[in-house]
Design a protein around this ligand. Structure first.
Ligand SMILES: [Zn+2]
Length: 221
């Protein structure tokens, strides 16, 4: 979509979002706070899509029966560059997490993976709880998606990253019946303070797109 079309779309939907955002954004209360320390090793599955339409059915396929996911939590990497393998290495070797990569999905920004490319962790394929928040009760029911980039001190996600994020969330939320109100930013989860995914992350724009797609049956995958 061209930039001016985005702006027009944004303006036309602003009133709707303002009216509904109070109802949509709710911060869940998770019970316990426990930081994951030790997890087993898994590889990263990298899927590069050559077609304009992501094959989300393939990307989101699991090796085991699926969990009852209830939330989606969005993160940024807080780094300018990166990919799933690099974050996996950091989480495994620096943080000492046995499962490695804390997230279920990583969306690249064109640095060490494609711009908008969705990388899938074995953590997802094996349906293992996330390690992406400091709240273990949340990690058990929340899918973790990380966008490469620093949206607190740097810029904003690329258009391709946002497009992939919208499509991935749309697919996952339909599959697991996750309402828009259960799509959260990391900083909305009750835990120690974090700015993740940064003040520049366009959450209102994301929610508008999700609502717009949800209201249009032709967009159903
Ligand atoms: Zn985060």
């Amino acid at each position: 979509m061209r930039k001016h079309e985005r702006i027009i779309q944004y303006l036309s939907l602003t009133a709707t979002v303002v009216a509904t955002s109070g109802l949509l954004i709710s911060i869940p209360s998770f019970n316990s706070v426990k930081i994951e320390k030790s997890l087993p090793f898994f590889n990263i599955s990298k899927l590069k899509e050559s077609s304009p339409e992501l094959n989300l059915v393939s990307i989101c396929r699991t090796d085991v029966s699926e969990n009852q996911w209830k939330y989606i939590v969005i993160h940024h990497s807080a780094t300018e560059k990166g990919n799933a393998a690099r974050f996996d290495n950091y989480h495994r070797n620096k943080r000492g997490w046995e499962y490695g990569l804390a997230y279920h999905f990583v969306i690249g920004n064109g640095s060490f993976s494609g711009d908008g490319e969705i990388e899938v962790a074995e953590r997802w394929k094996k349906q293992i709880h996330g390690a992406h928040t400091a709240n273990m009760a949340c990690n058990r029911v929340a899918i973790g998606i990380c966008l490469v980039g620093d949206f607190e001190n740097g810029g904003v996600p690329t258009d391709n990253q946002l497009d992939s994020l919208v499509k991935l969330i749309q697919y996952l939320s339909r599959r697991y019946t996750i309402s828009v109100s259960n799509i959260l930013l990391h900083k909305q989860v009750h835990q120690k303070g974090t700015a993740c995914p940064g003040k520049n992350f366009p959450f209102a724009e994301l929610k508008m797109k999700l609502l717009q797609m949800a209201s249009n049956p032709t967009n159903h995958i």
